[in-house]
Design a protein around this ligand. Sequence first.
Ligand code: NAD
Ligand code: TYD
Length: 343
Amino acid sequence: MERNFSRILVTGGCGFIGSNFILAMRRHCPGTSIVNLDKLTYAGNRMNLSALEAKDQGYDFVHGDIADPELVLRLLSEHKIQAVLNFAAESHVDRSIHDPAPFITTNVQGTQVLLEASRKAKIELFVQISTDEVYGTLGPAGQFSESTPLAPNSPYSASKAAADLLVRAYHETYGLPIIITRCSNNYGPFQFPEKLIPLMITLAWEDKPLPVYGDGGNVRDWIHVLDHCRGVELAMKHGRPGAVYNFGGNAERTNIQVIQSLLDILGKPHSLIRFVQDRPGHDRRYAMDYSLASSELGFHPNYIFEEGLKMTLTWYATNREWLRRVQDGTYREFMDAWYGDRR
Ligand code: NAD
Ligand code: TYD
């Protein structure tokens, strides 16, 4: 039986995956109203959803923190929210190595605040958007399944694992209906250019050196963000309360393979590559067994990596203004001058 919610709360909807999810949901499920709660950290970009703000009655933006208990409880009750989808997070491993504290505040405490408010408001479903990184690292063979023990290696992945355990505990202790989704590395439109693919695109355009950590042999499984968003939508509609679902993209590549493919598409020389000091605690390989999501939800990734990569390059090339505003910081202003007559 399909669950069709009339009112959902999406947190972190101005980030990379949240923006794509909200845009996809407004297309697929126009009967579902969305409230987007976002703190607008450096990673939050309100311009991503400016078209919805301008004309969509089924979309509301709220500027605020998931770790604010009064605000969250008020939103859940005022908007009669039925389901919460928690995308909000500090999400960059390198930043977590530099300063773990905000990762604990948002990813751990923030998730607990959302869970507590969801319990009090008796919401019908809480979906936690998690990551394959909670499982730690793999050797050359094997895949992560949902029963692989959690063994996170970075402050980021440790904070996501802690959040997953709290979500599980709220289900076991209080009977809160929850689903946890764990996905591999996303790529696609609106990704902040600190992450591997958009960072390398922007550097290569300017003929600047591309920093590759260690020997470049670390393997990630790459999934197009819209495949991930479809997985989350399937989990929300058809998932089993209490379940964990892995999503993957069927595209294991070493970092050096990804970067060489990008340079080849751009017609830039491989001599731009620079091997630099490795990231501490750098996970060697991720790979996802998503057979549970296939059998229970009908999930399969649609994008073929090299095609998705070309489409992503085209997106960044045709959205240079978006990129310029992210790079020069003016995206944080969400200026009327840009969208004025459409609002
Ligand atoms: P992102 O960094 O692009 O966006 C995060 C968003 O959360 C931003 O809009 C930010 O303003 C908001 N936010 C941060 N702290 C907040 C707070 N305290 N309250 C409210 N909003 C807050 O991240 P993303 O790449 O879109 O990732 C979204 C989710 O998906 C995260 O939970 C991440 O762990 C998970 N995930 C990401 C990937 C990936 O490859 N990017 C893979 C698997 C899972
Ligand atoms: P990243 O996009 O930070 O995602 P994650 O660490 O969550 O997997 O990095 C993807 C891979 O690319 C990871 O193995 C680290 C590597 N990497 C580099 O080699 N150079 C870089 O400048 C960055 C940002 C990442």
